[in-house]
Design a protein around this ligand. Structure first.
Ligand code: SAH
Ligand code: MG
Length: 219
């Protein structure tokens, strides 16, 4: 049932173009508009509109109560999930400036009661408890480590969503990447994508939504 629903949602999202961008109602309160402006000024790479809309629909379909996010940045995606569903979000951020800004933004959105913000490296902090959905959106070279570490915090039947798996289209176009450092990062993401598809305890698909997003369902 949920697999069918996810397929339907993602099929709908995939065909997002200008027509749909205009047609789909943007879920935007004044505070959300402001956070988006902050992100633009600070060049913080927040999730795409179609990406956050997909996450919100997944949480609604699954009626998920507990979400864990790796990589809060300034709080945009956590705030959007909490504002538009009934879930509680735990979110981890290692950069102190981003953490402080996220804290302010969460307070201004009146969501301090439903979003727990943790300062620290997600590969070091200890997170207890089980979650319905885990959203991985931190350092791209470390995705395998995040996945390995946090899959134990996922309920059976829960899902893991990853962002930026196509990395601006470069992952499907590796020969055209010249800079050595970026080439090596793109290769790492490609390796992760293959590993993700091959995990036997998860059913995974990767979609061309936003910057490339995966949905992995724990068997
Ligand atoms: N999810 C946010 C965007 C996150 S950008 C949104 O869509 O609104 C990625 C963030 O992950 C950055 O702020 C970066 O500081 C953080 N990050 C990178 N590696 C991390 C790690 N190991 N632990 C915690 N945060 C990390
Ligand atoms: Mg991202």
């Amino acid at each position: 049932m949920i697999t069918i629903m996810i397929t339907i949602v993602t099929m709908i999202m995939k065909s997002m173009n200008n027509y749909l961008k205009n047609l789909n109602k943007e879920i935007e309160s004044a505070i959300v508009q402001e956070i988006k402006k902050q992100a633009e000024i600070l060049k913080t790479p927040i999730i795409s509109t179609e990406g956050i809309n997909l996450l919100i629909q997944l949480i609604r379909i699954g009626n998920y109560g507990k979400v864990l996010e790796i990589g809060s940045a300034i709080g945009y995606s956590a705030i959007m999930m909490a504002l538009n569903t009934r879930c509680r979000v735990t979110t981890i951020e290692k950069n102190e400036d981003s953490f402080n800004l996220a804290k302010q933004n969460i307070a201004r959105a009146n969501l301090a009661g439903r979003i727990d913000l943790i300062l620290g490296d997600a590969l070091e902090v200890e997170v207890k408890g089980l979650y319905d959905l885990i959203f991985i959106d931190a350092a791209k070279a470390q995705y395998l480590k995040f996945f390995d570490r946090y899959k134990n915090n996922l309920k059976s039947g829960g899902i893991i969503v990853c962002d930026n798996l196509l990395f601006h289209g470069m992952v499907g176009n590796q020969e055209s990447v010249e800079q050595k450092r970026i080439k090596s990062l793109v290769k790492k993401i490609d390796d992760f994508n293959h590993a993700l598809i091959d995990f036997v305890d998860f059913d995974t698909y990767i979609y061309e939504i936003g910057d490339g997003m995966s949905i992995s369902i724990k068997k």
